[in-house]
Design a binder for this molecule. Structure first.
Ligand SMILES: Nc1ncnc2c1ncn2[C@@H]1O[C@H](COP(=O)(O)OP(=O)(O)OP(=O)(O)O)[C@@H](O)[C@H]1O
Length: 262
């Protein structure tokens, strides 16, 4: 596996009963890039994310993360790799009975011998990093807005200083101002922390604001990868409609002069 790759997927097959979701899917995610995964509803974006992080067991194929083939790795090696990534699920997937701080502390509890005061301080640091006010640490998820819950989920994903962060539709359900603030946060985190970001999204503004490259899922595989400029040249019905439709034009018009992805 190339040193430059954070994730390398080859020949991935996922099926649920007779329903084939991925059929020979290949994907490279480069270290330090923000890669946006797009595709029509049901094309298997979340299943791809979930199979990389081990929540879905593929029928076949190889998945290498940070140089290790996860499907053949022994449990100890696998666990060591799992500590090097963080996942933010669409709804934040927070424990409702725990405060935000306690949620962020959950992954830190796996570190043997970590002093509770230090654990608390580390959690508070991640909460600040995710752009939440300090007082939010003592709130329960139900006391937060949707945007704040997403930030809390991000803080938990960052708890162990991961090299890779998986984000499943981070801006879904946010109002446009909240969504663009989240875009800025993702971009800043990737730049300041050197994170590799695997970002599943439907949001064209997010693609413009955050992503270095885009991978399009269609026809049970990654149909094409490239910059936003590359996407505009792709002659495939869904890809053309997605990147040239009215919403795409609005996102393009709203783009900052230093916008990403092309
Ligand atoms: N656990 C499961 N059991 C059976 N089918 C599943 C399961 N998980 C996903 N699927 C099916 O796999 C397909 C891909 O699902 P997935 O959630 O990855 O799509 P997606 O591209 O993320 O869609 P969306 O954009 O709507 O979120 C869908 O048809 C879904 O119904």
């Amino acid at each position: 596996m190339s040193e430059d790759l954070a994730i390398r997927v080859r020949g991935l097959v996922n099926r649920f009963g007779p329903h084939v979701v991925h059929d020979g899917l290949d994907l490279d995610v480069r270290r330090g890039e923000v890669l946006g995964i797009v595709g029509g509803s049901g094309t298997g974006k979340s299943v791809l994310l979930r199979s990389i992080v081990g929540l879905v067991k593929p029928a076949s194929g190889t998945i290498e993360v940070l140089g290790t083939d996860l499907r053949t790795a022994d449990p100890e090696t696998r666990r060591a790799i799992e500590l090097r990534w963080g996942v933010m699920f669409q709804d934040g997937a927070l424990f409702s009975s725990l405060t935000v701080r306690e949620n962020v502390e959950v992954p830190l509890r796996g570190i043997e011998g970590l002093d509770p005061d230090l654990r608390r301080a580390l959690a508070d640091m991640k909460i600040a990093l995710a752009g939440l006010p300090a007082k939010a640490a003592d709130n329960y998820p139900s006391e937060l807005s949707g945007g704040m819950r997403k930030r809390a989920g991000l803080a938990r994903a960052l708890a162990l200083d991961p090299e890779i962060v998986f984000l499943d539709e981070p801006t879904a359900g946010l109002d446009p101002i909240g969504a663009s603030a989240f875009d800025v946060l993702i971009r800043q985190l990737s730049q300041t922390l050197g994170l590799t970001v695997f970002l599943v999204t439907h949001d064209l503004d997010t693609l413009h604001a955050c992503c270095d490259r885009i991978a399009v899922l269609a026809e049970k595989k990654v149909l094409v990868t490239g910059t936003m400029a590359d996407m505009l040249q792709v002659d495939h019905p869904w890809v053309h409609e997605y990147f040239h439709g009215p919403r795409a034009r609005a996102a393009q018009d709203a783009r900052e002069p230093d916008g990403r992805a092309g």
